[in-house]
Design a protein around this ligand. Structure first.
Ligand code: ZN
Length: 284
């Protein structure tokens, strides 16, 4: 099942994508796609609906973040060995956990705005994990049962803020518009083996990142179990799980960063695609 939210920012309505690719409204069924709808029994209720019985949304509306009410947007750093190498950093012995501010969440195709005076804004295609049930000290072998589904995330990052300004990475990770999520949440049953999904990202039509979730250092089950020993994971929380090589910081012979007018396209097998245009900073 592919669950989504559509409509103007702040006024999204719940929907699903049917097997033919038609957007179907869930407005008559649920008020919005909320964390409470991600529990296994709630997902089962939505899955039991006949999509053809739901109103089709004919125009191509803006898509929002697929889930409303996310309270934590956690992230894993350096989770692909090749990306750690291009970052000139050692392969972590335990997952690197940091936070992206929930205020950076936005729809999958909303414009990306560079932070004020940013010179080193960068891209990162990532698999996002959406939590469906409260997870505390869960064992690795049962960890996936706490996952509702998966999303594409662009973990946009300001490298100067992240690396050169002292302290933790969080300063370069939570800038406004730095968290496009979607186009939809694909439920776990529809994804199959989450550790074998191709992922890619293009800048202005040129392939920059090409990877596969099979080369993660720490897989999804390990990450959910690991994080749950430190932070209680709640329905609607997201963990974005690290990026393969090919970020701007790792380009040769010298790094390349985002500039106004750049077009970003990214996607993950079975999870759909995002497209963003980059804009300069504007007060809002
Ligand atoms: Zn990342």
């Amino acid at each position: 099942m592919k669950l989504l939210r559509y409509g103007p920012a702040g006024h999204e309505q719940p929907g699903m994508l049917d097997a033919q690719g038609t957007l179907r409204s869930l407005t008559g069924i649920i008020p919005d796609l909320l964390p409470a709808h991600l529990a296994p029994q709630s997902l089962a209720r939505l899955a039991a609906l006949n999509p053809a019985s739901l109103p089709a949304v004919r125009d191509a509306p803006r898509l929002g973040v697929p889930i409303a009410g996310t309270r934590k947007f956690l992230a894993i750093g350096l989770n692909f060995a090749d990306h750690a190498a291009e970052s000139n950093l050692p392969i972590p012995t335990e997952p690197v956990v940091f936070t992206k501010a929930v205020s950076c969440l936005q729809g999958p195709n909303d414009p990306v705005m560079l932070p004020k005076d940013s010179k080193k804004s960068d891209w990162e295609v990532e698999l996002g994990v959406v939590i469906g049930s409260t997870a505390r000290y869960v064992e690795e072998r049962e960890a996936l049962e706490y996952v509702a589904g998966y999303v594409v995330v662009n973990d946009l990052s300001e490298r100067e803020y992240q690396i050169e300004r002292g302290g933790t990475w969080d300063k370069g990770k939570g800038c406004d518009t730095f968290g496009p999520v979607g186009p939809w949440l694909v439920t776990r049953d529809e994804v199959g083996d989450v550790q074998n999904l191709d992922m890619w990202l293009d800048i202005n039509g040129v392939r920059k990142q090409a990877g596969n979730t099979r080369t993660m250092i720490f897989g999804v089950a390990t990450l959910v179990s690991y994080v749950s020993r430190f932070i209680t994971l709640e329905p609607g929380d997201m963990i974005t799980t690290g990026t393969p090589p090919g970020v701007g910081m790792g380009q040769k012979p010298h790094p390349v960063y985002l500039a106004p007018g750049d077009r970003i396209r990214l996607g993950i097998e079975k999870l759909g695609e995002q497209a963003q245009t980059v804009h300069g900073w504007q007060r809002r």
